[in-house]
Design a binder for this molecule. Structure first.
Ligand code: PEP
Ligand code: MN
Length: 463
């Protein structure tokens, strides 16, 4: 069957089940899987179709350069980190970064968290072999808290279908808290006291950056007061802070169980999140993930690494967005600093030549992983900044596309997982507070510093 024929067959929320699935999970109890999926299907949705449609409208604006996208959060959320301080700090850092970006870009910023569902992780190997008491032991890899547990024991690593429901419940609790915080004025720019920097203990932000941040927030508050003095009402449309959620749509059991039709709208919505994305390892044209994602009305992200074949990516955009609609796709490139200039131009050229719509986003994290001499997974702040710079430059040099957003792995905590930045995390210091179960994240100070780099670069983007 050709690719085209493959995607002409009838779609249902379950049609992916006939396709080969990369990263498929070997559950052993089919009855328990069925019960978990039935339960998920009976529970209310986590997000609504009108929120999804609103995000699509914003993304369509961003494609035209009228908005900029900030997508960020953990590599892998954990059920244990579903705590008020962790959620509040993550929300704060994303809000603060967005404030810096609004100031630099002089346009509204779309805030898209990697949260309330970022619980499933693709792995390079399905198994994990370690030495335990002098014996080599092989167990299933840890696939994220939606699937199994990270401890290296046979019980913990056994995929557990009930975690699908537990993941949903934790996503719901996370979202409930975020919605209440935002509703309660947590993020209202009229209240700069909520935006201060004092919540980080020893965050290590340089005094210059701290002063620059305070200038940004004061000048925004002043601009709002000025506009309100001119008009009659509060500038609510400008100050109301919206937040959207996203996660890798890896476990199709979870995604399809919450996929449904809604009253008075066409199509099917995946209501676990506003924007699910397809990872670099699961975007095979004839695979289960593309089959599932081609049928939903949500905007969908596609990760693209240096090996992405431009012709195949064009085909992928045809499969996922047959109507070539604006606001439907985001193209998240994660080339690695050494590959951007080599691999990105052909991709940009192919999509532009084919006239395919979508928003270009740079993820400068996933192509820049490395392991230190003592075996610690890290990323360098300098590589991250340089990949971003080169990505902006490449879009500008080609002149047919525009970089419309950024995608980061970060946390509001004071972790030591990435090296570099003004706070100067060294390789030796990585052990101080390395908390990630998966990829290394930017800490609070590094994330805010990065926002300043992006804001400075956006000031130089030709109109
Ligand atoms: C991720 O975003 O955590 C991830 C695994 O990304 P990618 O699919 O780009 O490797
Ligand atoms: Mn990651």
């Amino acid at each position: 069957m050709s690719t085209e024929q493959t995607h002409q067959t009838a779609w249902t929320p379950d049609s992916w089940r006939d396709r080969a699935s990369e990263q498929a999970i070997a559950y052993t109890d089919d009855g328990a899987v069925r019960r978990a999926c039935d339960k998920l299907a009976s529970l209310p949705p986590l997000v609504t179709s009108w929120e999804i449609e609103r995000l699509r409208t914003h993304l369509a604006d961003a494609e035209q350069g009228k908005r900029f996208l900030l997508q960020g959060g953990d590599c892998a959320e954990t059920l244990a980190d579903c705590r008020s301080d962790v959620i509040t700090n993550k929300l704060k850092i994303l809000l603060q970064m967005s404030l810096v970006l609004v100031h630099g870009a002089k346009k509204p910023v779309i805030r898209l968290g990697r949260f309330a569902g970022q619980y499933a992780k693709p792995r390079s190997s399905p198994t994990d072999t370690r030495e335990v008491n002098g014996q080599k032991v092989t167990l299933p890899s840890y696939f994220g808290d939606l699937i199994n547990q990270s401890e290296f024991t046979p019980e913990a690593r056994e995929p557990d279908p009930h975690l699908l429901v537990r993941g949903y419940q934790h996503a719901a609790v996370t979202l409930n808290f975020i919605r209440s915080l935002l509703e309660g004025g947590f993020a209202d720019v009229h209240h700069p006291e909520y935006w201060d920097l004092s919540f980080v203990r020893g965050g290590g932000l340089s005094p210059e950056r701290q002063a620059a941040y305070e200038r940004v927030s004061a000048s925004l508050a002043e601009a709002l007061e000025f506009m309100e003095a001119l008009g009659e009402a509060r500038v609510d449309e400008l100050t109301r802070v919206e937040f959207f959620t996203s996660h890798e749509g890896l476990n199709l059991l979870y995604e399809s169980a919450q996929t449904r039709r809604v009253p008075r709208r066409e199509g099917w919505y995946d209501l676990t999140t506003h924007l699910p994305w397809i990872g670099e390892r699961t975007r095979a044209l004839t695979g289960a993930h593309v089959e599932f994602f081609r049928g939903i009305a949500n905007p969908v992200g596609i990760k693209m690494g240096p090996k992405a074949d431009p012709g195949e990516i064009v085909e992928l955009t045809r499969a996922l967005n047959p109507g070539n609609e604006a606001g439907k796709l985001i193209f998240i490139t994660r080339m690695g600093v050494a590959n951007v200039e080599k691999s990105l131009p052909a991709l940009l050229g192919a999509i532009a030549d084919a006239g395919r719509r979508g928003l270009w986003v740079c993820d400068p994290m996933h192509g820049n992983g490395r392991t230190t001499s003592t075996g610690v997974k890290t990323r360098s702040f300098d590589d991250i900044v340089t990949e971003l710079e080169r990505t902006f430059d490449t879009h500008e040099r080609l002149g047919v596309t525009r970089l419309g957003g950024v995608h980061f792995e970060l946390t509001g905590e004071d972790v030591t997982e990435c090296v570099g930045g003004a706070s100067g995390v060294t390789e030796e210091a990585l052990a101080t507070n390395y908390a990630s179960l998966c990829d290394p994240r930017l800490n609070y100070a590094q994330a805010l510093e990065l926002a300043f780099h992006v804001a400075d670069r956006l000031k130089r983007v030709p109109g």
